[in-house]
Design a protein around this ligand. Structure first.
Ligand SMILES: *Cc1c(COP(=O)(O)O)cnc(C)c1O
Length: 379
């Protein structure tokens, strides 16, 4: 039997099951209830801002952030190209047009030096993505945004718990969107959050996330019968209180889970740092990397598909990295973005999660070394 090492895995167990039991007993299972409110308060400490809204996922958080910042049809929003297309989709949901900008060759986040050339009179904001969790260059991005009167949203889907120049992700942009999908650092299966230092922004997003009225919990204990009226189009973008109960446990475990992922990243660096056939991911010294994924770049002379299939045949879970947005047919003809296109073709994500053992890291490293040095996997 070959050994198998999963590419990603959630870390959930008895504590999460106990939390689900409690919320079942409480009777409040739908969203925007006591469990969501408690989670939002606890997550605010992680985000380093006072205002957090729990959401159904990161895509809905990105959409709500844009709506609360006043995005309108016809607007343009600048987007870091190398990302899961939830980022670009959320701009289309707002009726605006995503304008993709190429990324840094080392960290794969939006290249600040290329942003100004993409600004037009229709540009209203910038969505910077933290690729696989490592924060983008917010000092430079915010300076450009201020100069041109633009807002900044951080797509921190993979970046829960990361820091930038000593400040937590959540406090770096006008609004920050998180994902709690099963492949992210902490998870309730599906889920997300929007964080901001601006109370008005989160208040507006809260209204829009429950069809355009205040959540039912705000009407509890009223002495007359409150009947809300709908004056604005909203959505059901709520996290359920069941998911929020799971997230409260996951937030408590966040430091332990981040430490485990960091140990795996250190292990890969020790074991693979000498290999000429691959480039290991860059972790910058002025920010922390939460290692949502561990993504290597294979040398141009290697056949990425053959390498990946050989890894899988040996039981090592792997995949391509994420997407070059500008190459997706949905977004129509876009200008070429060479860095993003290149890494889209050469990245391989290898196992990264908090349940990996030293033996797993050894096995993945030994297998990867054998596969990338095998002449059969050259192009
Ligand atoms: C996972 C991911 C998303 C989407 O998150 P959902 O919670 O599934 O909506 C958005 N952006 C990035 C960068 C992601 O990695």
């Amino acid at each position: 039997m070959t050994r198998t090492v999963a590419l990603g895995a959630p870390t959930v167990g008895e504590e999460e099951i106990d939390a689900i039991r409690e919320v079942f007993a409480s009777g409040w299972l739908s969203g925007a209830g006591p469990s969501c409110l408690a989670f939002e308060k606890e997550f605010a400490a992680v985000a380093g801002v006072d205002n957090v809204l729990s959401t159904s996922n990161c895509g809905s958080a990105l959409h709500l952030g844009q709506l609360a910042l006043g995005v309108k049809p016809g607007d343009e929003v600048i987007v870091g190209d190398y990302t899961f297309p939830a980022t670009g989709h959320s701009v289309l949901w707002s009726g605006a047009t995503p304008v993709f900008v190429d990324v840094r060759p080392d960290t794969w986040s939006i290249d600040p030096a290329l942003i100004e050339a993409a600004i037009t009179p229709r540009t209203v904001g910038i969505i910077a993505v933290d690729p696989f969790g490592q924060p983008a260059d917010y000092e430079e991005i915010n300076a450009i945004a201020r100069k041109h009167g633009l807002w900044v949203i951080e797509d921190a889907a993979c970046a829960t718990g990361a820091t930038y120049k000593g400040r937590p992700v959540g406090s770096l942009a006008d609004a920050t969107a998180y994902s709690f999908h099963g492949r992210k650092g902490i998870t309730s299966g599906e889920g997300g959050a929007l964080a901001s230092a601006r109370a008005d922004l989160i208040d507006h997003a809260r209204k829009l996330h429950t069809y355009g009225i205040a959540p039912a919990i705000t009407r509890e204990g009223a002495t007359t019968l409150p009947v809300p009226s709908f004056d604005e189009l909203g959505y059901n973008y709520r996290l359920s209180d069941i998911q929020a109960a799971v997230m409260r446990v996951q937030v408590r475990r966040l430091p332990e889970l981040l430490a485990a992922r960091n140990r795996v990243a250190d292990g890969y660096r020790e074991r693979l740092g000498d290999l000429a056939e691959i480039v290991l991911p860059t972790a910058l010294a002025d920010r922390t990397h939460p290692w949502q994924s561990y993504v290597i770049t294979v040398a141009p002379e290697l056949d990425r598909g053959a390498v990946a299939m050989a890894l899988r045949a040996a039981g090592v879970g792997c995949n391509f990295g994420t997407y070059a947005s500008h190459l997706q047919p949905l977004y129509g003809q876009q200008a070429p973005l060479p860095v993003s296109a290149d890494i889209f073709a050469r990245h391989i994500a290898i196992p990264m999660h908090a349940n990996l053992t030293d033996d797993d890291v050894d096995y993945v490293s030994d297998t990867l070394r054998r596969v990338v040095t095998d002449p059969a996997h050259r192009r």
